[in-house]
Design a protein around this ligand. Sequence first.
Ligand SMILES: [Zn+2]
Length: 180
Amino acid sequence: MDRLAPVRKKEDIFPDNRDTPVGLLLEYHNLDREYKTYTQAELLVGMCMDNRKHLHIPDNFSYIIRSGGANLRHSEFKVSYAIAVGGVKNIALIGHNNCGMVNLVERKEKFIQGLIENAGWDQERAEQHFNQFAPMFEIENEIDFILSETRRLRSRYPKVRVAPLLYIVEDNLLYQIEEE
Ligand SMILES: [Zn+2]
């Protein structure tokens, strides 16, 4: 958590982010900046599906792809669409603390039992399902994952700016992740 930079005033926004769509996201969400009217998206947000998070942003401002752990590896076509057709040149990749995708293995039994009880699956199918997909979504550490995913997206889409952010569920604010 020592790699997080809070945004409590506009000057806290990293120069690289300031006055970009990512800077605007930080101002809208953290600083209650007055909403502008948008007719076209300026940003793509990648964030976790977790129910504890909600962004304060104007209508039409951003595409949003939600996926476990803000992992966009399996949403690539949607990312490409936002860039190619939506004309978006900036991505905010937003992880969050206490993410359920961290240490997924610990929740294996709960996952399997839940599929059996809540969805009507049988034990074998539920177990196979977990074993097949858990490795794709497992995250070791939220911040490290967001940084590695940021690097991957930058090399995949070299003309697109990607900013790594973290949402803290206790204060519902966005933090910038410091990169080396
Ligand atoms: Zn999560």
